[in-house]
Design a protein. Sequence first.
Length: 35
Amino acid sequence: MFKDIPVDVGVIYEGERIRRKDMYIELGGPDIKEK
């Protein structure tokens, strides 16, 4: 089902809807002091 997405999705989360207010992204990685 998620073969084209480069992240692991647990079986318990398959089919779960992600709402816009529940999404976030973190940029910078471990080299950035403040995120």
